[in-house]
Ligand binder design. Structure first.
Ligand code: COI
Length: 357
């Protein structure tokens, strides 16, 4: 890996760290952040670690008007023997660059992005929480900063990395969540931006999520845009079902986010020789499997959500209770194995761990 020199300005006074039982998700931020500029004539330049602070942007910055922005989400974990490690960061950086292509944002040298993340986490290693189920969430993002109101790709950008100590994403923790199947709004369509990690996909999803939350559901399950028939993904995670022994996840089709946890789950299931199929799966198939008593498990996967069992699906007012609203055997095994590897309790035979210090 190439090496890079970033200038580092450290804070004079460090913040008080929150207690681990207060963390929730994305509410606290560490003492420093990484910033780097892009200019079309210079490329990416001036990478720096600076005190965590507000960004000063021209109000005409193109990100505010046309939403040219991408982001990523990965985590740093503290192991029992005092190491700090990342889980498959190369996959997040590859996806960042794929999102960049879709959003007409210039690519970043993967080694440069990984060095920036590692240097920042190394400096902030005391912020990696140690309590069970906690970690340091890493949020790299890029915004278009060129002041210009013409609709075109910007010529200037900022790459920023911020860090947030987190607990579980859902208030339910690792207990099953309830999900409402969304029948009115759609998240994405093939050829759209669904497989890019870009802000607009999330902004457009909020209205459905707000409605679902009012009814007591954690998030929504999105259906395809053409027929509102085939399952795509949940708000912040990919989704898996176990029907009659077969584990099924929607096949990536251009409108589904290619999750790093999703990919790891598929690899683990294949390694365990369990039947895993990536294919189209309709909501009717789920309802029928439930009626026949064959819907054995459902769970979501994501960096923030890890493995999140789904205890109930609401489809058009019909409530499908899954596995008596208990965590299923496969979800538990995947959760234990993935978090075991992430926290260094299980040997990483897949080469997924990248040790920071
Ligand atoms: C993640 O799992 O890292 C995500 O980006 C999901 C969400 C918090 C937007």
């Amino acid at each position: 890996m190439k090496s890079f020199n970033f200038t580092v300005s450290e804070v004079m006074t460090k913040k008080t760290k929150p207690a681990s039982n207060q963390l929730a998700f994305g509410k606290y931020f560490t003492d420093h952040m990484f910033v780097m500029e892009y200019h079309h004539k210079k490329g990416w330049y001036d990478g720096q670690i600076v005190p965590y602070q507000p960004l000063t942007l021209d109000p005409a910055s193109m990100v505010f008007h046309y939403g040219q922005t991408v982001f990523e989400g990965l985590k740093a974990y503290a192991t029992a023997n005092g190491e700090i490690q990342l889980f498959r960061p190369e996959e997040n950086i590859k996806r960042l660059n794929r999102s960049n292509v879709r959003m007409c944002i210039p690519p970043i040298d993967p080694d440069l992005a990984l060095s920036a993340i590692k240097e920042l986490v190394k400096l902030e290693k005391d912020w990696v929480p140690k309590a069970e189920g906690t970690s340091l969430y890493i949020r790299p993002f890029i915004i278009a900063t060129e002041p210009n109101l013409g609709v075109e790709a910007a010529k200037q950008y900022k790459f920023v990395v911020i860090l947030s100590p987190v607990g579980s994403y859902y208030k339910e923790g690792i207990n099953p969540v309830k999900i409402a199947v969304e029948n009115d709004y759609i998240r994405s369509v093939e050829g759209g931006t669904g497989e890019a990690k870009t802000a607009g996909n999330y902004a457009g999803s909020l209205i459905a999520q707000e409605i679902a939350e009012k009814e007591g559901y954690a998030q929504v399950l999105w259906l395809d845009a053409h027929e509102k028939k085939y399952i795509e993904e949940v708000g912040s995670m990919n989704v898996f079902f176990k029907i009659d022994g077969e584990i099924i996840t929607p096949k990536l089709n251009g409108s589904i986010l290619p999750g790093v946890t999703r990919k790891s789950v598929i690899q683990l299931l294949e390694y365990w020789d369990l039947p895993i199929t990536e294919r189209k799966i309709s909501i009717e198939e789920i309802v029928e499997a439930h009626q026949a008593g064959h819907l054995e498990e459902a769970f979501g996967t994501g960096t923030a959500a890890v493995i999140s069992p789904i205890g109930e699906l609401n489809y058009n007012g019909e409530k499908l209770s899954i596995n008596n609203q208990k965590t299923g055997e496969i979800a538990k095994r995947l959760y234990d194995t993935i978090t075991g590897i992430q926290y260094g309790k299980i040997a990483d035979t897949f080469g997924w761990i990248n040790i920071i210090s």
